[in-house]
Ligand binder design. Structure first.
Ligand code: GDP
Length: 195
């Protein structure tokens, strides 16, 4: 799945712009700076694939990538910007809600959590939205190389605990480091296994 081409398809700003729901879809969500672009680049083996999503103007779009011929991978805008104008946040939340609740082919959302920080309230809000939308989500902890083993273990437990109150949470949490490559193969296998 990840050996083939991974092409940027389009940035979507409104429900009317979604590509046809004709294949299995997964999406990635996370606070800005969580390491989402780095993870997508590590997964796909492309150095700058997700950079487009982080350039100004692209940040409020649902960025669609084609994985091979039968999957879409969607990069959702990073949330939790302190300085985003309210109107922008509201427009984005509206689109996100419509997308999550209305996309039949969306199989799983991957919610990225920084290994140093654990689940914060903004993450919890996204998880509530995923519960409400009945979208199964799986937590991927990022930047595992940045913390000590003890800290990683403690934050892993914090994440596991936080997931207990979310009915849409998939129980297995994946530990990754885009820098070192840890967990990348595991995550690829999980994505490839979704049908
Ligand atoms: P995004 O805003 O969520 O797309 O985050 P980026 O992928 O741009 O990463 C934010 C910062 O964290 C950058 O400086 C990355 O180099 C760094 N980063 C991302 N992933 C890792 C990782 O696995 N290990 C380490 N040490 N740094 C990382």
């Amino acid at each position: 799945l990840f050996a083939g081409p991974v092409d940027f398809v389009k940035g979507v700003v409104a429900m009317s712009g979604l590509p046809p729901a004709d294949r299995v879809e997964i999406c990635f969500a996370g606070r800005s700076n969580v390491g989402k672009s780095s993870l997508i680049n590590a997964l796909t083996g492309r150095k700058s694939l997700a950079r487009a999503s982080n350039t100004p103007g692209r940040t409020q779009e649902l960025n669609f990538f084609a994985l091979g011929e039968d999957r879409y991978m969607v990069d959702l805008p990073g949330y939790g910007y302190a300085n985003a104008p309210l109107a922008v946040v509201e427009k984005w939340q509206k689109l996100l809600k419509s997308y999550l609740s209305g996309r039949q082919t969306l199989r799983r959302a991957f919610v990225l959590i920084d290994s140093r920080h654990g689940v914060k309230s903004v993450d919890d809000e996204i998880m509530n939205l995923l519960d409400k939308s009945a979208v199964t989500f799986q937590v991927v902890m990022t930047k595992a190389d940045k913390v000590s083993k003890a800290e990683l273990a403690a934050n892993f437990e914090q994440v596991k605990g936080a997931l207990k109150k979310h009915p849409a949470a998939y129980p297995e949490v994946v530990l990754t480091s885009s820098e070192k490559g840890d967990g990348i193969e595991t995550l690829r296998a999980i994505i490839a296994g979704l049908i």
